[in-house]
Design a protein around this ligand. Structure first.
Ligand code: SF4
Length: 414
């Protein structure tokens, strides 16, 4: 990832508290811990860190439940106490996420923190270049048309700074090429970009300013950095720490589980027949993981093949970090209208959408298993054979659904 080796120095404490994930913030937080005698015991159990732990809890709840990511406003970071709460709540939340040993949660948390940063940076004209130069190698301001501004310093509250900048940013082509595949939308495709001399101009649009586009690009880099950092720190969690963090870890795990089952239950009882690849994608989308394009297309084509209602299929995508009702509905309609055939196991494995390893799942281990639809047929047949004789026949609607599914699955076996 071409990020600058040496990030620009940031001394302003308000800025560091606002963006505690910045690499420049580590030294500052360490200094603050020394100054206020905040050690690990204090952070985990001390009364002095109560507020930080409460704010961390909110950060984690937002991580799972809010589409917008972690709430922008915490305490008043213009006071020393507010800065301590903000900085250490970030640290505590990261500890909890690392102790969960759940990479999906780590990804979800990184996404939520990055989404918060994007919202802040869209309005933070003073710090946008500093943060951008931390994560992007080539960046320049092509032009900046004067707009009425208030005198602003890095510590001026965001709301008092200028709103609606007419800055015009350009980003290096290599950064653009690396970041954009992770963002959906036509404006982020290279053929639609204004490229000249190795620079991509992020044009101001009526409702999408150049600065907001830069903040969107930064979100991807921030997410990658926060996630990589947390995954590295996961190795440092020992048993003692894991036990002491068991309560908040349990709280987040339960939230994640209920979110996933909420999404799965949207389409009725037959989800127990779904193959692990489909269940995984549904659960990941529900918890805000940015599932790749291949996985999304697979899910939509499975939903279409299984004759699930289009609306249920759209609902699968609601938790996606880039969910847009209009775009998703349009894309789902397209898949349903064109009757795409779901991809087979080989392609799903190559595209990192098959979660099972040999020994994980007996059905997937079978030598004939080469398509997720075969998985469904095998599961349904096994259920029919093992259903107690006395059990009443399924109701009309359900039996129709099962028969339809079997027909379709039968086609896949031909
Ligand atoms: S082996 Fe095939 S059916 Fe099973 S999880 Fe992987 S892709 Fe899905």
């Amino acid at each position: 990832m071409p990020v600058p080796h040496t990030p620009p120095p940031i001394a302003d404490e308000v800025t560091l508290a606002r963006y505690p994930f910045l690499p420049q913030a580590s030294e500052w937080i360490r200094g603050m811990a020394l100054r206020h005698s905040i050690n690990l015991d204090e952070l985990l159990d001390g009364s002095w860190m109560d507020k930080a732990r409460q704010r961390a809890r909110l950060r984690l709840i937002d991580t799972v439940q809010s589409k917008e990511g972690v709430q922008v406003s915490g305490g008043d970071i213009h006071t020393e106490e507010g800065r301590i709460v903000e900085a250490f709540s970030f640290y505590y939340a990261r500890l909890v996420v690392c102790a969960s040993e759940d990479e999906r949660l780590v990804a979800r948390w990184a996404q939520a923190e990055a989404a918060r940063a994007e919202q802040l940076l869209m309005l933070d004209a003073v710090n946008l270049p500093l943060v951008a130069n931390t994560y992007v190698t080539e960046l320049r301001l092509k032009e900046s048309v004067a707009v009425p501004t208030m005198a602003a310093s890095p510590s001026t509250p965001l709301r008092q700074r200028r709103q609606g900048t007419s800055d015009l940013w350009q980003i290096g082509l290599s950064d653009f090429i690396e970041i954009c595949p992770k963002i959906t939308g036509q404006r982020w495709r290279l053929p639609n970009a204004d490229v000249e001399g190795g620079w991509v101009t992020l044009h101001n649009e009526r409702q999408y300013a150049s600065s907001a586009k830069l903040a969107r690009l930064l979100r991807e880099r921030i997410k990658a950095a926060v996630e990589a950092d947390a995954l590295e720190k996961m190795a440092e969690i020992n048993t003692d720490l894991a036990v002491r963090l068991a309560e908040p870890v349990g709280m987040v795990r339960n939230l994640m589980a209920s979110k996933a089952s909420e999404a799965i239950s949207l389409v009725g009882a037959d989800e127990t027949d779904w193959p692990p690849c489909m269940q995984k994608i549904v659960a990941e989308l529900a918890t805000g993981v940015n599932v790749n394009h291949f996985g999304r297309l697979f899910l939509a084509s499975m939903a279409s093949t299984l004759a699930l209602p289009e609306e249920s299929c759209v609902n699968f995508f609601r938790g996606a970090p880039d969910f847009s009702e209009g775009t998703t509905t349009y894309q789902v309609q397209h898949v349903y209208q064109h009757g795409y055939t779901p991809s087979g196991c080989g392609k799903l494995k190559i595209n990192h959408n098959c979660p099972v390893l040999p020994g994980d799942n007996r059905t997937c281990d079978q030598s004939w298993m080469d398509h997720p639809l075969k998985y469904i047929r095998a599961t349904q047949r096994w259920k029919r054979l093992t259903r107690p004789k006395a059990e009443p026949a399924p109701e009309a609607n359900n039996s129709e659904k099962v028969n339809n599914t079997s027909d379709i699955v039968g086609d896949a076996n031909k």
